[in-house]
Structure formats: C-alpha cells, structure tokens
Design a protein. Structure first.
Length: 251
C-alpha cells in the first residue's frame, strides 16, 4: 500500500472503480437505461431486488427524490437488509432452492415488466433463480453483479450458472472477489468494501439514462422530488396519482 492514510486509499480505490465502470460499462448502462425507458413507455412496471447488502443499492432507487417513481422494491422476507435476527439467516436464505419461485408467484410481476437484480457474487440460488423464473414470465432482467465471481468461484445453484447467465443486460461492478479494497500488515484480513458505492452509482447512472431517454421521446419522466423543497409534496402527489396503478410501495 502507499504512504497515504487508509481513508485516502479507500477513496482512491472507489474513484478508480467508478472510472472503470464509467468507461467500460457505458454501453451496458445505456442499454439498461433504454430498457427501463421502453418499459415505462409501454406501460410496464419497474422492480428492483437485492439480498443482504446488495439490497442497499436496490432500496436506493425506490421512492427516492430524483428517482423514478415507478421503481418498486421486490422484497424477500429475511434477506432485505440486516435487520433479521440472527443476521446470518439472511445469508442462509440466499442459498435456499425454490425461494425465488415462491416470491415471484406472490408478487405483482408480469410479462412486460422489468426487474433489476443486484447480487455482488451472483452465485447464490436466490438471485440465479429469480432471474431465470422472471424471464420465463416474460420479464426483462437487468443484472448488476461482479462478473469476476463467475471465473473465480463456483455457483451455488444446481444449474452451475450465475446471475450473469440469465439476464438481458449485465452491468459489471468490477468489484474484486472478497469485496475488500485495502490490506495492512497489521490487519489480519482485507477490509474496506466498495461494492455499495459502485453498485449504487451504476444503478443511479442507469435510472438517469432512463429519465433522459424518456424526455428525448417527448415523455415526461415520472420523477419524484424531495419532500424537503417547497412544492415537493404536491409534485409527488401528482406523480403518484398519475402512475398509481404501477406503484406498489404505498399499498
């Protein structure tokens, strides 16, 4: 490591990763944003899913000021966040075969919708089956994952495949296996994960692309405004009313 302090080293590592995804994933981000715009234009609904810490990036685009009002969180009890006790249960549930089928069967997802599935490793049964089964329903799937895991680890799904193998579009976060950017001789394990920073940026870049694409087509993007600015609540009320049949987080 360099002579810089760990805080600076971590920020440099995150910046380097953000530059990589900006330069190397530009076409995929454009394609993903276009897919979302197409879905909105044609009356489809938008959903995002992530398990564990991958759920943070999914939650970041749902009911978010400056974000698309139509983005809904697809929740799986026990795996969204670390509020479940014990926290290790969430990791265990990601490996359960058949859970994705049960979730999709009871969800509002239907043909013509779009689903963003976020999974850093993309190797567990839940995200793999979620993508497979969603596409079987006629749902377009955008996967946000680290492709490196597919070459450096083995799948935990019975098919031997990864999330990236079952998506219409893949956004590669470039995160190294293990998700830890720093090492020190005095620290026994790698530390300082950057996946949340990079994945959230990828997903926000995708939704920004979608908003601009809709505007280019003469369609007002269904965006939410901050409730902490004057007129924000009134603006949001209009948008939520207009698109109420495609919004599920307020029911």
């Amino acid at each position: 490591m360099s002579d810089r302090k760990p805080a600076g080293q971590f920020l440099d590592a995150a910046i380097d990763l953000l530059r990589r995804v900006r330069d190397e994933e530009a076409n995929s981000i454009e394609a993903a944003g276009t897919l979302l715009a197409d879905t909105v234009q044609h009356g489809g609904r938008l959903f995002a899913f992530g398990a564990g810490h991958s759920s943070l990036a999914a939650q970041d685009v749902v009911y978010r000021a400056g974000g698309l009002a139509l983005m809904n969180l697809l929740t799986v009890p026990g795996v969204v966040g670390v509020d479940v006790m014990p926290a290790t249960l969430g990791s265990a549930l990601e490996r359960v075969d058949g859970l994705a089928s049960a979730v999709l069967d009871s969800s509002p997802l239907r043909e013509g919708d779009a689903l963003v599935i976020i999974s850093l490793s993309g190797r567990n049964a839940l995200p793999v089956e979620m993508a497979m089964n969603a596409r079987a329903l006629g749902v377009r799937v955008i996967g946000v994952t680290s492709v490196a895991y597919a070459s450096e680890t083995t799948s935990r799904h019975t098919s031997g495949t990864f999330l990236k193998d079952h998506c219409d579009i893949v956004l590669d976060s470039k995160i190294a296996v293990g998700d830890a950017e720093l090492t020190l001789d005095t620290v026994p394990a790698p530390f300082a994960p950057a996946s949340t920073v990079v994945t959230s940026a990828l997903v926000q870049a995708m939704t920004a692309t979608a908003a601009a694409a809709l505007a280019d087509r003469g369609i007002e993007p269904p965006l939410l405004r901050s409730g902490n600015v004057d007129g924000g609540h009134e603006w949001n009320g209009r948008v939520l009313e207009q698109y109420g049949d495609r919004i599920f987080y307020r029911r």
